[in-house]
Design a protein around this ligand. Structure first.
Ligand code: AMP
Length: 287
């Protein structure tokens, strides 16, 4: 497996692959792998000739009070895990490579970034859109795989690629969960045993929303209330938001559910903020 640390070397490597007719699949990450990351790499492996992943803890997507310094890192462990699923290249640039002196260019996906996680993480999606644009310029992939776990991020990237006419396909990967249903996340390592138990409230809230929806409930407010009540039943949970939003624009809905939508939620367990989501599709009408 090859490790590449500079942007020019990554570009030269990808140019050579493209010239040889190879299909490049890409999985951008911040490292500290779990099975969720590996599931995306496996999707890339199935569809690509060459699988490139990146490991880069991107400073521009962290707010000043967030966990940039403490974000868990272990390159050697990540390298072994990536190798075990057949990754060909790890692109592992330094912060200076990605943000050289006097850096000043940022990409903003306006509407999709605005709500859900936007208000609590005001610089986050600008950082994500910027770093993904830069990673795409470095890796030049034919397709890139993003997890549905970070639902709003996936929609930001879909919009970014569409709006800028980027020549790559975005492939969504399903959320990989612990046996009890908690979505895997690098941040789960921060949870105390008591917080880990209450972290199950996110999944249970989604299940309650699904139960209501399947029994014919179409009121956004009733579904949000059912999910919120479930979260509050668990000790030590603090809701950041529970919202039903349009599945593509991520703009919150009210009244009756219409078209495809997503129930998205963010919950604090102590200092750790966890997110999860579930997509609701109304059955196609016959008319
Ligand atoms: P991160 O390293 O947290 O930035 O995540 C890198 C990629 O892995 C993103 O596309 C995430 O959406 C995805 N990802 C994170 N957790 C999961 C999970 N539990 N299941 C599937 N994909 C995930």
């Amino acid at each position: 497996m090859k490790i590449i640390e500079t942007v020019p070397e990554m570009q030269r490597f990808s140019d050579a692959l493209r010239a040889g007719g190879k299909r490049i699949g890409f999985v951008p990450t911040m490292g500290y792998f779990h099975e969720g990351h590996l599931s995306l790499m496996r999707i890339a492996r199935e569809r690509a000739d060459v699988v490139v992943i990146s490991i880069f803890v991107n400073p521009t997507q962290f707010g000043p009070d967030e966990d940039l310094e403490d974000y868990p890192r272990d390159f050697e462990r990540d390298r072994e895990m990536a190798e075990s699923v057949g990754v060909d290249v790890i692109f592992n640039p330094s912060v200076d490579q990605m943000y050289p002196d006097r850096y000043q260019t940022y990409v903003t996906v306006q509407e999709v970034s605005k709500d859900l996680c936007g208000p609590s993480r005001p610089v986050h999606f600008r950082g994500v859109a910027t770093v993904c644009t830069k990673l795409f310029c470095a890796v030049k992939p034919h397709f890139a795989v993003f997890g549905e776990k970070d639902y709003q991020q996936l929609q930001v990237i879909n919009r970014l690629v569409l709006d800028l006419g980027m020549d790559l396909e975005i492939v969504p990967g399903p959320t990989f969960r612990e046996p009890d249903g908690l979505a895997m996340s690098s941040r789960n390592v921060y949870l105390s045993p008591a917080e880990r138990k209450s972290a199950l409230s996110l999944r249970k809230a989604l299940e309650e929303a699904r139960r209501l929806f399947d029994s014919g409930e179409q009121s956004v407010e009733a579904i949000v209330e059912g999910a919120s009540r479930t979260i509050r039943e668990y000790e030590g949970t603090r809701i950041d938001y529970v919202k039903v939003a349009d599945a593509a624009s991520c703009i919150p809905l009210s009244g009756e559910i219409e078209g495809d939508c997503v129930l998205a939620l963010a919950v604090y367990l102590g200092k750790t903020r966890l997110i999860d989501n579930m997509v609701f599709r109304l059955p196609e009408s016959d008319e």
